[in-house]
Design a protein around this ligand. Structure first.
Ligand SMILES: *Cc1c(COP(=O)(O)O)cnc(C)c1O
Length: 408
């Protein structure tokens, strides 16, 4: 038997069926039309943002990293409750425009921005987080050609990393940002060229569950920002401190203690050097805001046995849930939280493998999971599906196509 990850709080049960936002899964499937289906709870997202705000110092702005879940209805809800958006492509910029977001609240990071994307962002008044000197030159030339003052921040490749981070984005050679020691010269040249220097972007990693590790990374981030501001000689208007707040996916994972993080940050903010005393700070979070608010629902289409093992074969799979299948940046495959949504909270009686419908052995949703008896027609729920699910999985693989998505 392999343990399942912890089911996030905030879901209910009625007549033995899982409920999301108070609605039972069969009714949700009927409303959406069919499985496979992602259901996102607007209440859980709002609660998450509210809890986070109350834990963090007032001075800290909260940005949503759109790549975690770019669904238009989620973006529109976020627009009412967060202070800004972080994007990493021209496509995401167009998506925010279509959702009606004020593009002046957007910052655009990411290596390999094409000229057309730079122009789009400059014309929209978004902040560009520059990733290299050559990108800076291209942005300045484009701004000059279109006759606009570009809003330019510089992304710093920090000289430290976020410990325990699922994805390391700093420390050593990286395709992201400028090595810290090269930042002051670039910023001075941007200011000299007449750009609106917006500030610094320092992102050290993702998916950390240790408050201690985040506190350490934030302290290092503020220390680095202070050193750079001092060397540049001009205080930054803004400092994007990155994010990295993780969520529990696997057995044994414990939630991040955000009160501890907020208390430590409040102390640091009370003690900032002069160069940062007027600076506006933000964090950029994706999965922490939406990950636990989403559930992936997939129907069992076959039940079979092979060499003594039971297989529940579903109409979903890795083409919607690459991360849950264990094929998105994991070394050892572990089980996400998974349940039989149509017999939710029923006693587990058998060990089963829950697999997808793709013709590849990689397509697994749960291995050797101890679950209640389930048959053809029952619905499986994969939790922690709100971030990096629909938009980070190969939906066209094997001609399957995308899952349905609803926000309730
Ligand atoms: C992906 C990414 C994020 C969001 O990461 P989460 O783990 O979803 O919070 C934030 N900032 C940058 C620069 C990123 O690349």
């Amino acid at each position: 038997m392999k343990p399942l990850g912890p089911i996030p709080a905030g879901f209910g049960v009625t007549n033995g069926e899982l409920t999301i936002g108070g609605l039972a899964v069969r009714a949700l499937v009927e409303r959406a039309g069919d499985t496979p289906l992602f259901v996102y709870s607007g209440d859980l997202i709002r609660q998450r943002v509210a809890t986070l705000r109350s834990a963090m110092p007032d001075r800290l702005k909260i940005h949503y990293a759109v790549k975690a879940n770019p669904l238009q209805s989620i973006v529109q809800q976020m627009d009412e409750i967060v202070d800004g958006f972080d994007i990493a492509s021209g496509g995401e910029l167009e998506l925010l425009r279509a959702a009606g977001v004020d593009l002046g609240r957007v910052s655009f990071a990411g290596p390999g921005k094409r000229d057309a994307e730079l122009e789009l962002a400059i014309a929209a008044g978004a902040v560009l987080n520059l990733e290299s000197e050559s990108e800076a030159r291209r942005a300045l030339a484009i701004a000059d050609r279109v006759g606009l003052t570009p809003r330019l921040a510089v992304r710093v490749n920090p000289d430290f990393e976020l410990r325990g981070s699922g994805m390391k984005m700093g420390g050593g050679a990286k395709p992201f940002g400028l090595d810290a020691e090269r930042v002051p010269a670039l910023v001075r040249s941007l200011i000299a060229a007449g750009a609106d220097w917006h500030g610094l972007h320092i992102f050290a990693g993702s998916q950390a569950l240790s408050a201690e590790a985040i506190i350490e990374a934030q302290a290092n981030t503020l220390g680095l920002a202070a050193r750079l501001a001092d060397e540049i000689g001009v205080p930054p208007q803004h400092c994007n401190m990155g994010g990295g707040f993780g969520i529990p996916y696997f057995a044994g994972d414990l939630p991040l203690d955000i009160d501890e993080v907020g208390a430590a940050l409040a102390q640091r903010f009370a003690d900032l050097p002069d160069d940062l005393s007027q600076t506006e700070f933000c964090i950029e979070l994706g999965r922490y805001l939406v990950g636990e608010a989403g559930v992936y629902l997939t129907r069992i289409v076959d039940r079979k046995e092979s060499h003594g093992e039971i297989y529940l074969i579903t109409d979903g799979g890795l083409h919607h849930q690459l991360a849950a299948s264990g094929n998105f940046g994991t070394v050892v495959r572990r089980n996400y939280p998974v349940a039989i949504a149509t017999h939710f909270l029923a006693a587990a009686t058998e060990e089963v493998n829950v697999v997808g419908c793709l013709c590849t052995p990689l397509d697994r949703l749960a291995d050797k999971a101890f679950l209640p008896r389930a048959d053809v027609g029952d619905i499986v729920a994969v939790f922690c599906a709100g971030a990096y699910g629909a938009s980070a999985s190969p939906a066209t693989f094997l001609g399957q196509g995308p899952a349905r998505e609803i926000l309730v």
